[in-house]
Design a protein around this ligand. Structure first.
Ligand code: F6R
Length: 239
């Protein structure tokens, strides 16, 4: 795992966006895994700006969202699918944009369907990740096994507390997520953490040995994973 610490957010997200572009240039029919949340917003903004400036086409690129709340449809204003639509899909000409269906009637079948779809697309070339303050990646909460696959999970109280309220009648308590082993199968991984609130999770996940108490720690063994940090999130990291 490679760690890069940046002096400002602009250079961090520029560098991450450049990594995404470089990878897609090498393989136009790229399969890109997308996280939602606050962290990747600036990355997605950079990707949109750069692609418009360079007239870069994503027309052969397929995207797979990493996770989704249970109990809502893709077009719900707070769905992760809607988030990626607002920040990326409405600006870029992707070939296909896939997401887990949080309103499926049978979640087991939905997870099987999604894994098969990833597989038939050739597997993930690059997975973009954020990290939770409890060390989660996707909705792989503390306690998740390294061997875990796409599944229905209960959201931790910490995760539930961070879910934005106004557009939800009832705060989601469950989610669907790619598992740790699905994430580790991605050929490349970019994980981004910014701000002091992530410093503890970064330290616990990347300064100590792998542990299911901090699911992000399983990324340490991935051969092509880059950790993008700002000074605040890197503050407690011992490298
Ligand atoms: C979102 C996701 C989550 C977030 C994490 C950090 O698709 O999978 O694991 O990456 O909760 O969220 P932010 O970026 O909002 O701090």
């Amino acid at each position: 795992m490679k760690t890069e610490v940046f002096n400002n957010l602009n250079s961090l997200f520029l560098s991450a966006a450049q990594e995404v572009f470089r990878a897609i240039r090498l393989k136009p029919n790229f399969v890109l895994g997308l996280a939602a949340g606050k962290t990747p917003v600036l990355l997605y903004k950079k990707l949109v700006e750069m692609s418009l400036a360079q007239k870069f086409s994503f027309s052969q690129v397929t995207t797979f969202n990493l996770d989704e709340y249970v109990g809502i449809t893709k077009d719900h204003p707070e769905s992760f699918y809607k988030f990626t639509q607002e920040h990326l899909f409405k600006f870029l000409d992707f070939k296909r944009t896939e997401g887990l269906n949080g309103a499926a009637t049978n979640f087991k079948n939905e997870c099987i369907r999604y894994e098969e779809l990833v597989q038939h697309s050739g597997g993930l070339d690059l997975q973009i990740l954020g990290i939770g303050t409890n060390g989660h990646i996707g909705f792989n909460e503390p306690g998740s096994e390294k061997s875990s696959r796409t599944r229905l999970v209960n959201l931790s109280p910490e995760t539930q507390a961070k879910i934005p309220h106004p557009n939800f009648e009832k705060t989601p308590t469950q989610g669907l997520t790619l598992g740790i082993s699905n994430i580790l199968e991605s050929k490349n991984i970019i994980i981004i953490a910014t701000g002091a609130t992530k410093a503890e999770a970064v330290k616990n996940s990347f300064s100590a040995i792998e542990s299911k108490n901090y699911p992000a720690s399983f990324l340490q063994s991935h051969p092509h994973c880059t950790l993008y940090l700002d000074q605040d999130s890197a503050r407690l990291l011992k490298v």
